[in-house]
Design a protein around this ligand. Sequence first.
Ligand SMILES: Cc1cc2nc3c(=O)[nH]c(=O)nc-3n(C[C@H](O)[C@H](O)[C@H](O)COP(=O)(O)O)c2cc1C
Length: 312
Amino acid sequence: MVDLRVNIGSLALRNPVMPASGTFSEGLARVFSFDRLGALVTKTITAELRGGNPTPRVAEAGRGMLNSIGIPSKGIRHFIECLLPLYRAFSSPLVVSVSAPTSELFADAVRELSVPGIAAIEANISCPNLEEDGKAFAMRPKSTAAVVARLRRATPLPLWVKLTPNTGDVGSVARAAEDSGADALVVANTILAMSIDVETFKPTLGNIMGGYSGPAIKPIVVRMVYQCAKAARIPIVGCGGIATAEDAVEYMLAGATAGQGGTATFVNPNALVDVVRGLETFCERKSIAKVSDLVGGVRDRDMHVDQLEAVP
Ligand SMILES: Cc1cc2nc3c(=O)[nH]c(=O)nc-3n(C[C@H](O)[C@H](O)[C@H](O)COP(=O)(O)O)c2cc1C
């Protein structure tokens, strides 16, 4: 028997596998029991009612998927009154993803969502910050520190902070989030990307640009998890292209304590449960008694990460 339990700060999870925000909804409970997952993560909720972006909103591109869904939201009240009771039926802790265009509105939303039944807040700071020319909070250490400090004061719940892979300095952003009171980092959101239909000469997405996800982004995000694990001490949840147990293992070796899978669920609705089962099989094969022993287990070469950055 392999011990699959992990802890993200004070939150104990039965296993390290959970859905990525926006790729999972309560309807999936018809496919598998949510009690099989380490945690449940909602689509990002915003206070304002939002309709989402122009269509087409998704397109396949290489070994990944482009999306520009645009965070449609029915607001916080709707979530608390209509959806939270459905999630409460499951034993897996519920992590609520939240976002807002200014740090003040962000803190208000986090405060309103700090209610019984919610185990942790995932602050999606990869969204545009209207106080900084629309650049995502997580693009820079300074704007990350400012918003995370404010969110820290707004909630007693564990505060997970979801970073963007579009910054050039993810380690400094990770450290800023930790120093400002984050309990965990989720690394990362989608990568800004674009594709063009060469028959019509038109961008494939209605919004022209969108976020890239799926197997193609995994090596990029594994590198970022590795860098964040060097820069910060708080637990990391790896997210980007996890479709198999081996993908999750790779993230854990790079320094993640747990993993989120998103695009894989669109290909195989049972993907996350398959990852849980596969982790057990992997650990048995490798005679690893506790899955948490994998965390940070990558065997470093002699070079320090600072030197690695100088390698072309
Ligand atoms: C259709 C779609 C919707 C998404 N919506 C959100 C969202 O609401 N909030 C968020 O933080 N990330 C959102 N994401 C990003 C995912 O949570 C995840 O960070 C990203 O897809 C990388 O993981 P993956 O390669 O396993 O899909 C979305 C991704 C997709 C594909």
